[in-house]
Ligand binder design. Structure first.
Ligand code: COA
Ligand code: AMP
Length: 634
């Protein structure tokens, strides 16, 4: 059957506002929008400027009111603890109301910020929804970030309350959250008023008498006093739903801000048309709520569309084996799986012949979606072969909140070109510009940009930093959003996303800033200068690799200093930085104007062809870098 994509994309192009007004009919509003877009508002305009709504109502209450309360909404499956639990929409609503009651008892109201630092447990998702219910703004911080990163976020969004659990569970270790939280709160200049702590049976956290509140006790109280019965707080469609911090080009993370109305409209559209999901089916995004994929497609997208969502606390391999994903799909009747290519590379490495796949019949599985990093054709082909379902690569960013380009299963799949996430989704007009801002011919590599305005669901700005947003995303190519990805559009409109144009690297599907790591390297007293680049890694796609130049008077063993720097990055940014490869070198290669030649270093590390930069100061330094890399087995 021919895909309806061309006609739907053309419909959007012909009248974007009418297109999104029609999509908005799928959302329940307390005040329906009378117009789609206000070009004068916000940084680049705002969607649904006169509408009012509540996101939690749309995710939960409306399904219950429609008589679907007994349908499964959340499936928790933890190979880490052996627990499996299903929650109906009724049950989720009851928990969310109690958490909302507890939060409001702690003084949280509309517009207040709440930081959530929790592992992949149902309470994390319920807390996000509880914030939405109150019109409060959540900011989820990924559990692999260290205290300093958390403190930066507490300060940036001046959070009122922090919600956490006693621990996270990583293979082979229990990650005690509370000491880290206490340290972050102590470090932050802004003072958190209250900390709601969920005690997990695996580890009991110490509580601060005047600040910490036991999660379960607070819920019981909210139920007893009736505050758990409060309804949804009506917010403007343009009010913020959440802030999600993501890596920028410096150590200062960017607070990507998402609104309520446009976000729901876009996610609802994508669930049906991109992912091809019908209410009642099971959707599984094997990611973490700390990332954008988790926000959009573990929490909001599936619940808006009346789907059950899977909360999986485990890894693709080692918990206990490379068959875990297939077990979850088979046991919970998952229709669509969404994960990062790195997860498949990990599975393939442990089970190249797909023996585990054969153990678990998966008749429910219809499509596999991959995103977060470039999907290498070998991984796609392996998945296609063993799962025998279409594999869809789609491209998006924390900033956009949903796919910029993809292959829309709901509209009918388009022919696949390996290495390409297919076509622009309605809402996005993708162009490729050279550095001077001129459009390049089809098939030519350049800067991938999106014509403004961005569609509903995309960031409205950075939290408290409109100017930074303007400068970093909208200024370089006037009239466009700069994706900071480089790529190609071919003659048939297929987009190929090749590399970042900034210092962001993608490690195991996680977005990391090498600039932030350089800032930490520079904190070591013996380090004069450093450069961190992303080098190819078969499993994680890229891993960071640091080069250190020591101060002239340092006589200590280089190996010792390297170890200390690795420890420092782990302490400052967190284990998720995966910063383990570091080497001391005599000098860094630079241009005559003093710019470090990171691009050339990366090509040398990855054994790609490279040309001697014409502006290089001293070519001999590149030989020294090559030697250092080879000595480290790279
Ligand atoms: N809390 C605490 N620590 C965490 C953590 C968390 N939530 N998540 C990761 N870490 C730690 C890991 O334990 C590891 O620590 P270590 O250095 O002591 O081994 C470190 O951070 C690096 O983690 P990661 O890069 O994820 O490597 P890994 O070896 O643990 O796992 C994969 C590799 C490929 C299995 C894993 O990255 C994966 O499942 N990726 C899927 C990608 C994904 O979900 N992306 C989200 C966007 S779709
Ligand atoms: P994040 O904000 O963590 O989602 O990371 C976004 C970045 O990941 C993008 O800017 C791309 O560099 C990369 N990325 C995400 N999806 C893809 C994809 N399908 N193909 C290539 N790169 C991708």
């Amino acid at each position: 059957m021919a895909s309806r994509y061309p006609e739907v994309y053309a419909e959007w192009q012909a009248n974007p506002e009418a297109f999104w007004m029609k999509a908005a009919e799928k959302i329940d509003w307390t005040q329906a929008p009378t117009k789609a877009f206000d070009a004068e508002a916000g940084v680049y305009g705002r969607w649904f400027p006169d509408a009012e709504t509540n996101t939690c109502y749309n995710c939960l209450d409306r399904h219950v009111e429609a008589g679907r309360g007994s349908q499964t909404a959340v499936i928790y499956d933890s190979p880490m603890t052996g627990e499996k639990r299903d929650y109906s929409f009724d049950a989720v609503l009851s928990e969310v109301k109690a958490i909302a009651g507890a939060l409001s008892d702690l003084g949280v109201g509309k517009g207040d910020r709440v930081i959530i630092y929790m592992p992949m447990i149902p309470e994390a998702v319920f807390t996000m929804l509880a914030c939405a219910r109150l019109g409060a703004v959540h900011s989820v911080v990924f559990g692999g970030f260290a205290a300093h990163e958390l403190a930066t976020r507490i300060d940036d969004c001046s959070a009122k309350v922090l919600v956490t659990a006693s621990c996270g569970l990583e293979p082979g270790r229990t990650v005690a959250y509370k000491p880290l939280i206490d340290h972050a709160i102590e470090m932050a200049h802004h003072k958190i008023e209250k900390c709601l702590v969920l005690q997990r049976p695996e580890l009991q956290a110490d509580m601060h008498a005047d600040r910490d509140v036991d999660f379960r006790t607070a819920l019981e109280q909210a139920r007893a006093t009736g505050s758990a019965e409060n309804g949804c707080v009506t917010v403007k469609a343009t009010d913020p739903l959440y802030i999600l911090y993501t890596s920028g080009t410096t150590g200062q993370p960017k607070g990507v801000m998402r609104d309520n109305g446009g976000h729901m409209v876009a996610l609802q559209w994508s669930m049906e048309n991109l992912y091809g999901m019908k209410p009642g089916e099971v959707f599984w995004a094997a990611s973490d709520i700390g990332w954008v994929v988790g926000h959009s497609y573990i929490v909001y997208g599936p619940l808006l569309n009346g789907n059950a969502t899977v909360i999986f606390e485990g890894k693709p391999v080692g918990t206990p084996d490379a068959g875990t994903f297939w077990r979850v799909i088979a046991e919970h009747n998952v229709s669509v799986l969404f994960t990062a290519p790195t997860a498949f590379r990990a599975i393939r490495r442990d089970d190249s012949d797909g023996e585990f796949v054969k153990k678990y019949p998966m008749p429910s599985l219809r499509t596999l979606f991959l995103a977060g990093e470039r999907a290498d054709p070998e991984t796609i082909k392996w998945a296609e072969h063993h799962l025998a379902v279409p594999v869809v690569d789609h491209w998006w960013q924390t900033e956009t909140g949903w796919a910029i380009a993809g292959n829309p299963a709901g509209l009918g799949l388009l022919p696949v070109k390996y290495g390409s996430p297919t076509h622009a989704m309605p809402g996005y007009k993708i162009e490729i510009l050279d550095d001077a801002g001129h459009e390049v011919p089809a098939g030519t590599l350049g800067n991938i940009v999106v014509k403004l305005p961005l569609p509903p669901g995309c960031l409205t700005s950075f939290w408290n930093a409109d100017e930074r947003f303007r400068k970093s995303c909208l200024e370089e190519f006037p009239g466009y959003y700069k994706t900071a990805d480089a790529g190609i559009l071919d003659e048939e409109g297929y987009v190929f996303v090749m590399a970042r144009t900034d210092d962001i690297i993608n490690c195991a599907g996680h977005r990391l800033s090498t600039g932030a790591m350089e800032e930490v390297c520079a904190m070591h007293p013996d380090v004069a200068e450093s450069a961190v680049i992303g080098v190819f890694d078969e499993l994680k796609g890229q891993i960071p690799c640091g080069f250190l130049v020591l101060k002239a008077n340092v006589s200590r063993e280089a190996k010792e200093i390297e170890k200390e720097v690795v420890r420092l990055v782990r302490e400052e940014i967190g284990p998720v930085a995966a910063f383990k490869m570091v080497m001391c070198v005599k000098r860094l290669p630079k241009t005559r104007s003093g710019k470090i030649l990171r691009g050339t270093m990366q090509k040398i590390a990855d054994r790609q062809e490279w040309k001697m930069p014409a502006t290089i100061d001293d070519p001999a330094i590149l030989d020294e870098i090559t030697e250092a890399l080879r000595a480290h087995g790279h």
